[in-house]
Ligand binder design. Structure first.
Ligand code: ATP
Ligand code: MG
Length: 486
């Protein structure tokens, strides 16, 4: 059988063979070739030792304890720039659920295939002869579209708990089912995930979120008991009933909201926000006799706090965190185009930032779909979007004012906090009335502001911030009342 192997990879393979070694493509690249997908990276396994491998190629690096030698190629394509060549390995003993106590090399391909995680990842391919070595039935499992552990799943997951995350991730990326015994192995050892570094869990979670089927994957993770070791707060939404606008409990609504973001191919920050936007609902839920329904006052504020904790714990990059948290904090923005003014729209834009406003609207779309009974007509959201477009032509941030810090200093002010207060006080006025954004008006107004006392100026400068803080405090107050703490 001939598979389509890039010339550069075939050449490396050839070099090993000419030197008298066995060499096979193995793992994800063979799996993906058989699935007619483009492999992410290329791995070669061989009976040559790391030292021998190094001696055969001009530029290599070898800085790990697993025997993997990176061969640097002159390929233009990123995924071919480094090809990893690893000697056949035999599985050593594992005592920490993370990695083997020692790494042992082997002279037999069969040993190497046996240590691999899933049958579909344990197929080797010899590009010169076209031979496929499939000792664990990987090809059949590819055809059946199921993920099966190599060997005894109980053992394999207790050796290395990350394999459980990989199972869920492959099921999401490939749309594969998880075989019953393999799933039982995960259910049995889920708790071992606590031993895995947060960074590695995050990397797998990120790939799940960025796949086409994050909802399916997280449902499975929940069913198998793995989710409570990934994002325990999510699971608390299970069975938590919502108000009448919703068909699903908080948990399912969150997953459906995320799935819509994936269906739309929206980026990671929107997907995270979709998944976590209602994470504050469970702790804020309160029955209202007056409404004869559940209420969740302040769940946006509480949710933003919880999301910060969750994303920090999982070591998500700062920038992704900040965007997602901003979207969660403001996801309850009022969007009735018939009742809202342009100045209110400008304030929403000012709060989330011009770079995030489209994402906030996209999150609202996901949220609507995630209810299972979208009540708002999409044309109303479109109308709101056109108001956003209109508002975006007006100044919505300090940097868009027709005066800046140096302009204020030119009027006699020294560097210091007063400059920031003036700028923010001016912005508050301009948000209400964009016509005031002229150099002439702002200069006149700056002079007036600068003549004010410290206290009064600070108060004006921090009015916008205060408004936001007041809203946050009101939400937290309600939460305290609910829990009868003062
Ligand atoms: P992708 O590259 O798309 O993430 P992959 O299957 O190639 O998928 P890699 O992390 O590149 O995953 O690993 C390459 C191969 O190494 C796997 O196909 C598998 O055979 C083996 N492998 C990786 N991680 C493990 C593990 N934790 N336990 C056992 N085998 C593993
Ligand atoms: Mg790979």
């Amino acid at each position: 059988m001939k598979l389509d192997v890039p010339v550069i990879v075939a050449e490396l393979h050839e070099t090993l063979k000419k030197a008298g070694y066995e060499a096979y493509l193995v793992g994800g690249c063979v799996r993906d070739l058989l699935l007619k997908k483009e492999p992410k990276d290329w791995d070669i396994t061989t009976n040559a030792t790391p030292e021998k491998i190094q001696s055969l190629f001009e530029e290599t690096f070898y800085e790990n304890e697993y025997g993997t030698v990176g061969v640097v190629t002159d390929a233009a394509v990123q995924r071919l720039k480094v090809i990893e060549i690893t000697p056949y390995r035999i599985e050593g003993k594992y005592s920490n659920a993370r990695h083997p106590d020692e790494v042992k090399f082997s002279t037999k391909l069969a040993d190497d295939l046996e240590r691999r995680d899933f049958t579909i990842n344990a197929i080797a391919y010899e590009p010169t002869s076209g031979e496929i070595v499939d000792l664990h039935g990987g090809k059949a499992d590819l055809e059946r579209r199921v993920l099966v552990s190599v060997g005894d799943p109980y053992e394999r997951f207790s050796e290395d708990a990350l394999r459980m995350m990989r199972a869920i991730r492959f099921s999401a990326e490939l749309d594969f089912a998880i075989d019953a015994a393999t799933a039982a192995g995960i259910a049995k050892h889920a708790q071992l995930l606590e031993k895995i570094s947060k960074e590695r869990v995050r990397d797998e979670l990120m790939r799940i979120l960025l796949s086409d089927r994050p909802m399916q994957a997280l449902f499975i993770a929940q069913k198998l008991g793995l989710l409570k070791y990934i994002v325990p707060e999510l699971e608390e939404g299970l069975g938590v009933k919502q108000n009448q606008a919703h068909s699903y409990d908080v948990f399912e609504h969150s997953l459906r909201t995320l799935q819509h973001a994936a269906d739309k191919k929206w980026p990671l920050d929107v997907r995270i926000a979709a998944l976590l936007h209602d994470i504050g609902k469970t702790p804020t839920r309160l029955w209202s006799d007056a409404k004869n329904d559940w209420t969740f006052h302040g769940h946006d504020v509480v949710g933003a706090h919880l999301a910060k904790k969750i994303l920090t714990d999982l070591r998500f990059p700062k920038e992704v965190q900040e965007k997602a948290i901003t979207l969660i904090r403001w996801h309850m923005f009022f969007s009735d185009p018939d009742k809202i003014t342009l100045s209110a729209v400008r304030r929403v834009i000012n709060r989330v930032g011009t770079e995030n406003i489209k994402s906030l609207l996209n999150l609202r779309v996901c949220d609507r779909i995630g209810t299972g009974r979208p009540k708002e007509h999409p044309f109303r959201l479109r109308k709101y979007m056109s108001m956003v477009d209109e508002a975006m032509r007006d100044p919505v941030s300090v940097s868009m004012l027709k005066i800046d810090g140096s302009g204020i200093m030119a009027l006699g002010e020294k560097p210091g906090p007063r400059i920031g207060w003036v700028l923010h006080a001016l912005l508050e006025e301009v948000l209400d009335d964009p016509k005031k954004n002229t150099e002439e008006y702002l200069k006149t107004r700056t002079k007036e502001l600068l003549s004010m006392g410290e206290e009064q100026l600070q108060k004006l400068g921090e009015r916008g911030k205060e408004r936001r803080e007041e809203e946050d405090e009101a939400a937290v107050r309600e939460l305290r009342q609910k829990h009868h703490v003062t």
